[in-house]
Design a protein around this ligand. Structure first.
Ligand code: M6R
Length: 614
């Protein structure tokens, strides 16, 4: 939630910050602000409520410039989206400027304390407290901004990434990381801080991923990193290797559509990287959990949120199908609050996350690690907190996912789970080389099948037009495609605001079928497989209540078209692999329904890409 950015150097900070904010907009779009120290060493600031374009207009109307500055895009937590609550925030003198991502949990008591000392607050935010604490420390004699920041963070509790500068130290920008992501870009005589590499990669590819509990002080002539106690820390500079072009829309109207279309190639590339030459197995070059450790695993918990949870849910079906291991799937936000059994060194936690920064997922990982479990991350963002906290990571290599609605990360996560399942099952002697080869062959056929579905996109556009006015929809699936039904419904509701519910088709008769009438669209995943006959029966039950069935059906199927009002045909695929193919029309359907409804597809209301608060 929220994106922060900062710059110090010889260039004008404003265009750098504004371009960076555009990249960070997916993290929140309730308001945005920028503040610089101008060439006359005065602070200037522009703020705007609502989407980032409003800030661009404010800056166009009333330009500002300077070699040092910070910017912020907000997803509101404390205080409504308003000009007062928009970052940057400042102290009583207006000389100390702060941007923040995260939550300061003890802000209320600190605020009361500071009000008693005479501080006047201008916002309802938790963030503002930091500017006032820094002000207090400086008036109490702190040697400089860095010392005052250290005094401030000794008082605050919670999660935070901060960007800070001060009028009276015109050559210093400070970044702090504790529980919220912060990366540092190293340029020639210039430095950048940002919540996300994508916001600074056009300026530099040399990146330091700060760890929790670290402060970076950047001056025009160099930088140093310390821990919260003041001990020197050596920051490791890493090079970003992905293409900057990956951040553009490449001619697509929206990022989401571009990302849907990227899926076949992401799957191809990852299969090329991971499948062994003889095509009978899988190898993970970047994977650091030893075979000995994996062989001892007796229980698996998969923890994740949202779309990543549904990918993990399919993982449960897969791992239970191909191995003898008991596998549980948990919403990360629930895992911590129940009492899961057998959390010990023989338990593997698989944490699935696109961003690697989701607070609930991270909290589950910390909890499990505390009990001695091994942690495997399935993640997209290199260097993210999750990957650093885990014993091993399988990167999904999907490239930056900008659209808030996750698509390519979902299929990337699914593919990684398939590959890990093959690896694990072979390691445990529960999958023969021939069975692995057959499964790999099916996976290798997926990209062409996805492309075939995309060639039928026009048909899906027509279907979206036909159903876009519905108030509500059901998404039904069984077995391997039950999690896919949940994901299809999530895609629909999050981008088109149409109420949609995913259900295990067999559950309909236990209650939800009462809702069905002649206006109710029911999307049924009814491709060939072991639950096909049961699915046909469930569809007949819906048909008997006059529900409007939209069926995802295997090419050439003769039964489904007799029951469904509308059919989307997909290439026939082995049941275990079918989720990768069947999700494609559901993503496209959600996209075009949202387009017909005129929704802001890449930035749905009330959402943020990366949920870094619990
Ligand atoms: O970055 P993560 O994969 O951990 O994010 C988890 C969810 O917040 C995310 O999948 C969310 O549900 C998306 N908006 C779904 O499209």
């Amino acid at each position: 939630m929220c994106g922060i950015i900062g710059y110090i150097g010889k260039k004008d900070a404003v265009p750098i910050i504004m371009r960076g904010l555009r990249r960070l907009e997916y993290r929140g779009y309730d308001s945005a602000g920028v503040s610089v120290l101008n060439h006359g060493c005065a602070i200037e600031m522009r703020k705007a409520v609502g989407v980032l374009d409003n800030l661009f207009s404010a800056v166009d109307k009333n330009p500002l410039a300077g070699p040092l500055g910070i910017g912020h895009t907000r997803w509101a937590t404390h205080g409504v989206p308003s000009s007062e609550n928009c970052h940057p925030h400042f102290d009583c003198t207006g000389n100390i400027m702060v941007v923040h991502n995260g939550i300061i949990e003890n802000f209320k008591e600190l605020k009361d304390e500071l009000i008693k000392k005479g501080h006047r607050f201008s916002s309802e935010t938790d963030t503002e407290i930091t500017a006032h604490l820094i002000e207090e420390a400086l008036s109490a004699g702190a040697a400089d901004l860095e010392a005052a920041v250290r005094a401030c963070i000794a008082r605050i509790e919670g999660s935070y990434a901060l960007g800070i500068f001060r009028k009276d130290e015109p050559h210093t920008l400070i970044g702090v990381r504790q529980g919220s992501p912060l990366v540092v870009g190293i340029g020639k005589d210039e430095y950048f801080i940002s919540s996300d590499v994508s916001a600074i990669v056009e300026s530099t590819r040399q990146i330091i991923y700060l760890d929790d509990g670290e402060i970076i002080t950047m001056k025009t002539g160099g930088y140093h990193i310390t821990d919260f106690k003041g001990n020197k820390v050596k920051g490791v500079v890493k090079k970003v290797t992905w293409d900057v072009e990956a951040l553009d829309k490449a001619g697509f109207e929206k990022y989401m559509l571009k990302e849907i279309h990227e899926q076949p190639n992401i799957i191809r590339q990852n299969l090329r990287m991971r499948v062994t030459k003889d095509k009978k197995g899988v190898a993970f070059d970047d994977f650091t959990i030893s075979d000995d450790v994996l062989k001892k695993i007796s229980k698996i918990y998969i923890v994740s949120c949202g779309t990543a949870y549904y990918a993990g849910f399919t993982g449960k079906y897969l791992m239970e199908h191909f191995t003898s291991l008991p596998v549980e799937i948990d919403l990360a936000s629930e895992f911590r609050y129940r009492k899961p059994k057998l959390l010990n060194e023989n338990t593997l936690i698989i944490a699935v996350s696109q961003s690697g920064e989701t607070a609930d997922t991270l909290a589950s990982v910390y909890e499990a690690k505390g009990k001695g479990c091994k942690v495997l991350a399935i993640c997209n963002v290199v260097g993210s907190t999750l990957t650093r906290e885990s014993d091993g990571t399988i990167y999904i290599n999907a490239g930056p996912e900008i659209s808030v609605a996750s698509t390519k990360a979902y299929t990337g996560q699914l593919l990684s789970i398939y590959l890990f399942t093959i690896y694990l099952a072979k390691l445990k002697g529960e999958m023969t080389a021939a069975a692995a080869a057959a499964l790999i062959k099916e996976l290798e056929a997926v990209p062409n099948k996805m492309e075939k579905i995309m060639r039928g996109e026009q048909e899906i556009i027509e279907i979206a037009k036909k159903y876009c006015k519905a108030k509500s929809a059901f998404y039904l699936g069984r077995g391997f495609n039950y999690p896919n039904a949940l994901e299809g419904a999530l895609k629909n509701k999050e981008i088109s605001y149409m109420h949609a519910e995913g259900y295990a088709a067999g559950e309909m008769k236990h209650g939800p079928i009462a809702l069905i009438d002649e206006n109710f669209p029911v999307v049924c995943i009814a491709t060939k497989g072991s639950t096909y006959d049961k699915m046909i029966s469930n569809m007949k039950e819906v048909e008997a209540r006059k529900g409007r069935i939209i069926a995802i059906s295997s090419n050439g199927d003769k039964n489904v078209p007799q029951i469904a009002e509308t059919v989307i045909s997909v290439p026939e695929t082995a049941e275990e692999v079918s989720p990768l193919v069947n999700i494609m029309p559901l993503q496209l359907l959600a996209y075009y329904i949202a387009q017909y409804k005129g929704c802001d597809i890449d930035k749905p209301r009330n959402l943020a890409k990366s949920v870094t608060v619990e």
